[in-house]
Write a protein that binds this ligand. Structure first.
Ligand SMILES: *[C@@H]1O[C@H](CO)[C@@H](O)[C@H](O)[C@H]1NC(C)=O
Ligand SMILES: *[C@@H]1O[C@H](CO)[C@@H](O)[C@H](O)[C@H]1NC(C)=O
Length: 362
């Protein structure tokens, strides 16, 4: 584990090199995959799949152990919250693996998974893949938010579970007063303890902030032309931030009634269309310009491409601690389709998915 960590700090170089090598390897890889496809077709002729295609089979992750300088998980826990559902399970597994693999104190994590449905096969998958993982599961009642959601530009953004992050303060136990919320389409390539320890300086939330992004485009003309709405940002220097990676002071969130504030903006969105995206704009309306900014390396987002087409994108320059495939394209789908983007090869090493047909082949 330690040697792995040390080989990574200059990720852009690593990325370039590995993409180059992978490009070289691709042609032979394609031949192997093509052979597999033929095989699969053969199998499907002789045996019907015994389980539903949603049930994924994963390889067991190694057990990651604490380094010597780590306090006990009781004394210095790191709370991570993510959503969990069968559709994104492959992404979640890769994210969890990446977090543990790069951590000096992997036993100090406590994962808080938010699910809208009880899917026993998802939990048994987690148990089998990470037998040592300390985690809790919380039921998110999607009825709580379903009627409040208005259609965005991408259907995937309208899933109720995307909105679960708004209710973290209601769902997590009272002793959890700080949490890192993470999307499921990302991998961490550095010790996330560093992000965890950020000094929030009295703010409710920390995330990378982008003050040069054109903020205007996140809201509609109707929003900007209505003085009572447009004045929302008065006296602030609003900067974009991405809600896929956030450190949240849960106690401050609860005391400040932020859940209700988000719901109020969602109600306004339902009446007049004031933005195009899903759960993100209400966060901007309430908090943009008033968060604790952390280094950009903690969320290299947009690797999934834009929301409409999901075109390939390359990495932004600078150090990277977290890679995030926000946008339409997801690395596991693009890799499976055998039309991956170059950046998708950076996700592949964390993929624990083992299609059952492969076990048959071996
Ligand atoms: C997963 O493991 C936990 C803790 O050992 C156990 O309580 C739970 O029943 C297991 N779930 C499944 C579906 O195997
Ligand atoms: C920002 O975007 C808006 C609308 O898309 C455009 O009208 C405006 O000129 C842009 N501003 C800058 C500084 O690029």
């Amino acid at each position: 584990m330690a040697s792995w960590r040390r080989s990574l700090p200059s990720l852009p170089l690593f990325g370039l090199l590995s993409s180059f090598i992978l490009l070289l390897l691709q042609s032979s890889h394609h031949v192997a995959r093509a052979a597999n496809i033929v095989d699969n077709a053969h199998h499907s002729l002789i045996r019907k799949p015994t389980s539903s295609p949603n049930v994924l089979v994963f390889q067991e992750a190694p057990s990651f152990r604490n380094g010597e300088a780590c306090g006990s998980p009781e004394i210095s826990p790191i709370h991570i919250s993510m959503t969990l559902d069968a559709n994104y399970l492959r992404g979640t597994m890769a994210a969890v693996l990446s977090i543990l693999q790069h951590s000096m104190c992997p036993e100090n994590f406590e994962f808080h998974f938010l699910c809208s449905r009880f899917e026993p096969e998802v939990f048994s998958s987690i148990n089998a893949t990470f037998p040592y993982l300390r985690y809790k599961v919380y039921r998110f009642d999607s009825n709580r938010v379903r009627r409040k959601i208005s259609k965005s530009i991408r259907q995937a953004l309208d899933q109720p579970l995307n909105y679960a992050r708004i209710y973290l303060a209601d769902m997590l136990p009272i002793h959890v007063n700080r949490v890192i919320y993470l999307d499921s389409d990302l991998v961490v390539v550095d010790d996330i303890a560093e992000l965890w320890e950020v000094n929030l300086e009295g703010k409710v939330l920390a995330a990378p902030e982008y003050c040069h992004a054109n903020f205007t485009k996140y809201f509609t003309d109707l929003f900007w032309s209505d003085p009572s709405l447009a004045k929302t940002f008065e006296g602030r220097n609003p900067c974009y931030f991405n809600t896929g990676v956030m450190v949240v002071d849960i106690e401050k969130w609860r005391k400040g009634g932020y859940t209700q504030k988000v719901e109020e903006w969602m109600a306004i969105q339902k009446l007049k269309r004031i933005y195009h995206l899903g759960s993100l704009p209400p966060f901007l309306l309430i908090l943009a310009g008033n968060i604790k900014a952390v280094d950009h390396r903690w969320n290299q987002h947009g690797l999934g491409g834009d929301n409409l087409e999901g075109k390939c994108r390359s990495l932004h320059p600078g150090p990277i601690s977290l890679l995030h495939w926000s946008g339409k394209g997801k690395p596991w789908l693009r890799l499976d389709s055998r039309k991956p983007c170059t950046v998708d090869h950076l996700w592949a090493p964390y993929d624990l998915y083992r299609p059952s047909t492969h076990t048959l082949d071996e």
